[in-house]
Design a protein around this ligand. Structure first.
Ligand SMILES: Nc1ncnc2c1ncn2[C@@H]1O[C@H](COP(=O)(O)OP(=O)(O)OP(=O)(O)O)[C@@H](O)[C@H]1O
Length: 779
């Protein structure tokens, strides 16, 4: 039977309106009672489908586009504000763009506090300044701009221990963000406000950003936004953070593992030998709307009286007020079906609330986002041509940076309301321009690691009060906003104040390696706000020893130091190092596979329908390899790089995410550069495109054996009943449907990811032989 074409599929899936005033989309029925008039022929429904969105005098797009144009104009026009925040004519080409933003900045609550902030930060003896201000009060964008011209923030020429010639200390402010999306968008915003270009190597830029695999820091930058992980990497190269005068830790309340480590290192720098910085102090500024101030004071304070805000070296500043009000509403009673309630709320906002006003909805995770996106797209097709349109844009961590940026751009067509469907990555720090309405599901997926089982689970859990406040704070940033909480007020009252810090619920492998690489021998004695279970640290030490990162006495090996320098997890670092040995000699091949594995979201677009999946299988035949997912990724990269006609078309045909593939190529280039520097291979390959030669079975085996050096603990054997049972822990795992190995029975498998959702799944799976596991474990 011929496979149905895409139009037929779409027609099949398309909604069917029902007489009951509900709509069935993708097998799900949503009642429209109260929103849209029920049961009428389509044309009539369109003409009288409930209250229409109130239209503005100018359309949303006109407004958004002019804002965007202004922003672009401003970014391309150089100009720095002077000390008072006004613009110097010689620096700004016409000043008007910057002046317009200056007016907005002056209205931020924090603007009135700038002198106070400058005074407190420069105070001698004050090492740590905690700034607590409501969401949107202007902390992230304004504080670095208030400080970078202060005399203490200058670059100082100083004598440094162990050096003949003078060195330099200070000159730049680092601001960390928990996520790259916040770091990059804030850098763009601040460079726009300052009127200076953002970009590597550009002269005179004031602002830059540095996130994994993407560094845009202009020469002479004074303000640098980075992810916490990137600053940790910098700490390995520069243990005293000599290039910085101040480190601003933004959104500390998120308590990521990286921020807890950073806090520990910063505490050590503050209490350590000042001569290492030529006597120049490092100022530490900690900011959040919802931080537990007492905990921070206690941690950083020397001679602090907990809870009194009177620590001698720690000062607390509280910024009152927010720029625009946010009205919060709750559900009268608990909702039975969260996704149903979320969609209804989005549709209700669309028909009742005025434009402009985009919606930001918080969902559990990628799967829920994709499902909601499909349903909104179906809903959009039911809207009459004379009512505003609605579009859905996803925003989650695994998307490539480029795909994430789409969520921050205004809708392209006129009279269109954008709905950003996000995970908690949009919860703190970010401003999604255009958003006036927030819909909060009250849930998020939380990763939890069980050290004794060596397993990770990813389960949807109620959020904390702190998260709910942050989510609401995403509305009301450019005008008054509304936040619709899909839970009752009682449920809010019953929420925990804050989330459990990541260090207490996640694998600490990377954290322990970072500490070891920074020369911390006794990791149990390292200062941490909250110490993880000893069992978790012991597991991490054993694992690192197995990876060859630690010697028998617990000191770091040269291989461990190299692993720590790579912007990759320790097991992937171990894989690269194994590939560089004469036994395997396949670094370039391993880089090809790792590039695809780390480029964000899966490069392969998951097709929902069975027929669609069959069609895609047909087109992916040239990529798929019987050895499993790793060799399939590797082959995909090699074929993509060899493609010399139309790479976009090539991706489209195979349903490969074009942006992620481009990002993979970018990562491949960077990893090749890093491995070259580390002398892991001896000859640079010729530039692309080169003719494609399929990987030989021997080479494929070598690549998989290298991966086993990093992932021998993530293997499973076929049991007599046909299930796979993990070698470590003896758990039953099923091969995830996204794997090319799905449904296959092999003697043994290795999996790079392991997640417990509704089932215990192995992802990124390769076929292996049992003897290979013994070989890898017995080294
Ligand atoms: N990318 C952007 N586009 C448009 N406006 C922005 C952008 N970033 C910031 N703003 C404006 O600047 C204001 C202050 O933002 P900022 O991030 O400095 O606040 P904050 O106090 O750090 O908030 P939060 O605690 O929520 O991170 C926002 O409310 C918004 O009006």
């Amino acid at each position: 039977m011929a496979a149905p074409n895409a139009t037929e599929h779409a027609a099949k899936r398309r909604k069917t309106r029902q007489d009951s005033g509900s709509i069935t989309i993708g097998g799900k029925t949503i009642s429209f009672a109260g929103y849209l008039a029920p049961s009428q022929p389509k044309k009539q429904i369109e003409a009288s489908s409930g209250p229409k969105p109130i239209l503005p005098s100018s359309t949303h797009e006109q407004q958004s586009n002019s804002t965007l144009k202004q922003a672009i104009d401003q970014t391309t026009k150089p100009g720095l504000p002077d000390k008072k925040g006004t613009y110097n004519k010689s620096q700004s080409t016409n000043g008007t763009g910057n002046q317009a933003l200056l007016k907005t900045r002056r209205e931020l609550p924090i603007w009135q506090h700038q002198d106070e902030i400058r005074t407190v930060v420069k105070r001698i003896g004050t090492d740590v300044i905690v700034i607590v201000g409501e969401t949107g009060s202007g902390k992230s964008t304004q504080v670095p701009q208030f400080l970078y011209q202060e005399p203490w923030c200058k670059r100082h020429k100083v004598k440094l221990p162990g050096r003949q010639e003078d060195g330099y200390v200070g000159g730049m402010i680092a601001i960390t963000q928990p996520r790259r999306v916040a770091a990059t968008t804030l850098a763009h915003r601040v460079s726009t406000e300052a009127g200076t270009p953002l970009g590597k190597g550009r002269p005179d830029g004031l602002v830059g950003y540095s996130v994994r695999f993407d560094h845009q820091v202009p020469r002479g930058a004074r303000i640098k936004f980075l992810t916490e992980g990137t600053l940790l990497q910098e700490l390995l190269r520069d243990p005293y953070l000599k290039q910085y005068s101040a480190v601003v830790i933004d959104e500390i309340h998120e308590r990521s593992l990286d921020v807890d480590l950073l806090a520990g290192f910063l505490k050590q720098i503050l209490s350590g030998d000042k001569t290492e910085r030529g006597g120049i102090p490092l100022k530490v500024i900690i900011m959040s709307a919802t931080a537990e101030v007492g905990v921070i004071q206690e941690f950083f304070g020397s001679g602090a009286t907990p809870g009194t805000e009177k620590a001698s070296n720690v000062e607390v500043l509280r910024i009152k007020g927010r720029q625009f009000p946010v009205t919060i509403s709750y559900e009268p009673r608990p909702v039975a079906d969260l996704q149903d309630a979320l969609l209804k709320k989005i549709f209700k906002i669309h028909v009742e609330e005025p434009l402009p006003g985009d919606i930001l909805a918080f969902l559990n995770g990628q799967e829920d986002i994709e499902a909601a996106q499909r349903l909104i797209e179906e809903y959009a097709t039911t809207l009459a041509s004379n009512v505003p349109k609605i579009i859905a844009v996803p925003l989650y961590g695994q998307l490539s940076i480029e795909a994430q940026r789409l969520a921050f751009q205004p809708a392209r067509s006129p009279m269109t309301r954008k709905v950003v469907l996000a995970t908690n990555i949009a919860e703190t720090s970010v401003t999604v321009p255009g958003v006036r309405y927030v819909v909060d599901s009250g849930k998020s997926k939380v990763k939890q690691y069980r050290p004794r089982l060596g397993m990770e689970s990813l389960l949807a859990k109620p959020i904390s009060k702190s998260s709910a406040v942050q989510r609401a704070g995403r509305a009301g940033r450019e005008g008054p906003g509304k936040c619709f909480r899909l839970y009752t007020e009682e449920a809010f009252d019953a929420m925990q104040g804050s989330d459990l810090p990541e260090i207490l619920r996640n694998d600490v492998l990377g954290a322990v390696l970072t500490m070891k690489a920074r020369g911390i021998h006794d990791v149990l004695a390292f200062p941490l706000i909250d110490a993880p279970e000893t069992a978790a640290i012991e597991m991490a030490l054993l694992h690192l020893h197995f990876l060859g990162a630690l010697n028998d006495d617990g000191t770091i090996t040269p291989a461990g130091e190299t692993m720590a320098r790579f912007p990759l997890s320790a097991p992937l670092g171990a894989v690269l190092l194994a590939a560089s040995g004469p036994e395997f000699d396949c670094v370039l091949e391993v880089i090809d596979a790792i590039s695809c594995l780390t480029s964000g979201d899966d490069i392969f677009i998951h097709v929902q329908s069975e027929e669609g999946a069959e069609e895609v299988e047909e087109h992916r035949k040239d990529l798929q390899r019987r050895e499993g997912d790793i060799i399939t990724y590797l082959t995909t990269m090699q074929l993509y790089a060899a493609e010399n006609s139309d790479r976009i078309e090539w991706c489209k045909k195979r349903k490969i995410n074009i942006r992620n593939m481009k990002q993979a190529l970018n990562i491949r280039r960077q990893l090749r550069g890093m491995c070259w520097k580390e002398k892991l291979f001896s000859e640079m390959p010729p530039p692309d495109p080169q003719p494609f030669t399929p990987l030989s079975p021997d080479k494929a085996e070598a690549v998989i054996k290298c991966f086993l050096r990093g992932f021998a603990m993530r293997t499973a054997m076929l049991a007599p009943d046909g299930s796979f049972v993990t070698v470590n822990g003896k758990h039953v795992v099923a091969i995830h449907p996204s794997s090319v190995m799905h449904g296959q029975k092999k003697e043994a498998i290795m999996f790079l990811e392991h997640v417990y959702t509704n089932k215990n799944y192995a992802k990124k799976v390769s076929a292996i032989q049992a003897t290979w596991i013994a070989e890898a474990l017995g080294r």
